[in-house]
Design a protein around this ligand. Structure first.
Ligand code: HEM
Length: 157
């Protein structure tokens, strides 16, 4: 009888540790770490204020629709952080003659002559914005790491 209990107990232990192993790190932990939609809105507002005051990159944004960029960035950061949003950018999955389906970020930035130095300056401004809103550094790094692969599409000079 004792033997039987022991088998059941071991079985339960095994099952629960397997379940633990299969549970991914909560998908939306970065989203929650940023403070959800409200937190992301505050971060993007601060981020764009910093960008528009940053002598290294502010001129790139002259003549562009800043409220529009603000909205799209909020959606994009929310999506990349695992939150319940989708980037609805103006170029998302648009079909262009002779090109086929274009991916958003490349098309958005292709004529802007962006260098690695500019990309790094913008990333720095984002990190400062997150720091100002007390985002834990691990969460901030996660978001930056998820945006980093876009560098290939965005930097053209
Ligand atoms: C991780 C890096 C970056 C991300 C995630 C990002 C993301 C975005 C997003 C989501 C938009 C809005 C597109 C839309 O309206 O659908 C945008 C537009 C824009 N971005 Fe970036 N961007 C990055 C880097 C940069 C850099 C380094 C510059 C220049 C220094 C830049 C300049 C612009 C400009 C000028 C627009 C407006 C384009 C337009 O309305 O046609 N971006 N970006």
């Amino acid at each position: 009888m004792i033997q039987r209990y022991r088998t059941v107990a071991i079985g339960l232990l095994l099952a629960s540790s397997l379940a633990a192993a299969q549970t991914p790190y909560p998908e939306d932990s970065t989203y929650r770490g940023l403070g959800g939609k409200e937190g992301i809105k505050k971060i993007v507002d601060t981020f764009l204020t910093l960008v528009l005051a940053d002598p290294r990159i502010k001129d790139n944004f002259a003549d562009f629709d800043i409220p529009q960029i603000n909205q799209r960035l909020q959606e994009q950061f929310c999506e990349f952080a695992g939150g319940p949003c989708k980037y609805t950018g103006k170029y998302r999955d648009k079909t262009m003659d002779g090109v086929g389906t274009v991916r958003d970020m490349k098309t958005v930035h292709q004529d802007l002559k962006i260098t690695n130095a500019m990309f790094n300056a913008l990333t720095e401004d984002l990190q400062i914005a997150m720091e100002q809103h007390h985002v834990p550094s691990g969460v901030a790094l996660k978001l930056v790491a998820r945006l980093a692969p876009m560098q290939r599409d965005i930097v053209t000079q």
